[in-house]
Design a binder for this molecule. Sequence first.
Ligand SMILES: [Zn+2]
Length: 579
Amino acid sequence: MVEYRVDFQERNAHLIRVEAKFPVAGEALELKLPVWTPGSYLVREFERHVQDVAAATEEGKPLAVRKIDKATWRVEARAAKRVVVTYGVYANDLTVRSAHADDTHAFFNGACVFLYADGKSPARITIVPPADWKVTVALPEAQPNVFAARDYDELVDSPFEVGTHELLTFTAQGKPHRLAIWGKAPIDRATFTADIVKIIDAAAALFGDGVPYDDYTFLLMLAPNQYGGLEHMRSCALLTSPFTFHPRKKYEELLELISHEFFHLWNVKRIHPEALGPFDYQREAYTRSLWVMEGVTSYYDRHLLVRAGLQKPDKYLEKLAEELSKIASIPGRKRQSLEESSFDAWIKLYRPDENTTNSTISYYLKGGVVALLLDLEIRARTGGKRALDDVMRLLWSRFGKTGKGFADDRVQALCEEATGVELGAFFDRHVRGREEVDAERILRTVGLQLSFDGDDEEGDKKAPYLGITTREDGDALLVATAFDGGPAVEAGLYANDQLLALDGFRVDSSTLKDRLDARRVGDKVRFTIFRRDELREVEVTLGEKPVEKFKIEPAASATDAEKAAYRAWLGEDWKPAED
Ligand SMILES: [Zn+2]
């Protein structure tokens, strides 16, 4: 048994203090902190925030302790049967994957806070909160503020919210649920919890088996300009803006985030590739299947809202058109397959830079669309008898319930087994390959027509095109990304160039687009820029804007079978386009 005691007396210095008692078998004890936390595939080296490490016997006699690598402390235990280690963790990173402490709360993931020895021992965690704070965590509470974890995995999988938060409780699927809300927001609590219950019911109906937990905890943190979610076995951490409850579009984005993290309790926490559990907390866990974990979850997060009646099918299809447009605008889609994007998450998706758009495609974005297309492909080729839901139920019964991981190279075979559909060509194109997604053909199977928005309006298509995205740095307008093959790159305009003037007139973020729109395709324009503080001029010949905005509409020639497939997929009758 490892015993931890955590206090927050130095919260105004963003310090979480830990005292940990470890049993010792030999001469010395090696203690480590993880370099990453499950669900967030980047080596973050949480140990860089650890300070003031000291060790002693239970009687208080100091013991020598020194670091032997970036994440390991070696304690010379001598004859001691137990050692007591004390340390501080600097906690000033407000995200769902790290640790944050201030005068209102402490939120922390175990990977940031708890040193471990073998990782197998059960743990007892005593939280010592300030007088008016409460403790919310998805661990069994042995006594008030004393919690038990089976092993280190469970401890790391159970983030703590300790503070002044509001705690709501409700029942869904016959099980108790808690919702902790930190931060101020105008919330209609009854509607909000009722909507969450609808999401829970829709997800449980998909897997067809109730919910695989005794209780579940949502930890919701509200802070402006923040966004993120992290999934766990019996809880999830959510971080978003307090201004997300209205209007409806924003609120549906919040529900989508909740649905996403909740769906993960099946897909990734219980159903997962071999690499994702048990975890090696000291190095990267490589898998080619993050697109299954995150892409499939991204498909279902919004589809569950439609199933639950929380999002209208027309809004759903609008968002799908936006996603298809986004994919088509990313040159990196031709450089990375979904499997490659999954495998390199550690060095690419989680470490974006000015070349990201040119060299990578997100396994969330493309993975979500490919999961949708896979669902429709299965439905079409089985006459509606099978769907992606059948794949999820097979994965659940074979892997989720047994705790076994699946092999990366078995995903196609498992989809085929669950549906009876041969999917080699689909996987070659969409998963292993870098071709365009086959959306136009597949959407026709549910009576929908994919077309270019503004296709027939000359003005739109002929808008002059520079081929950059921009960002602001203080008052400066900078090139963020210059798209491969675009006019800016051809002319030698670079990422990080500061744009000052166009044809001698100042430009800023509010005027650049208007100035460009006033020109024609083929015009030469002269940019005055700073590059490494040197004033320079670059002449760019404006190109033609690639058509990259899609719309999805009911197809005029939809057949009865396609209309029925639409209804089976989105739960309402297919309707012809309105003019
Ligand atoms: Zn996710």
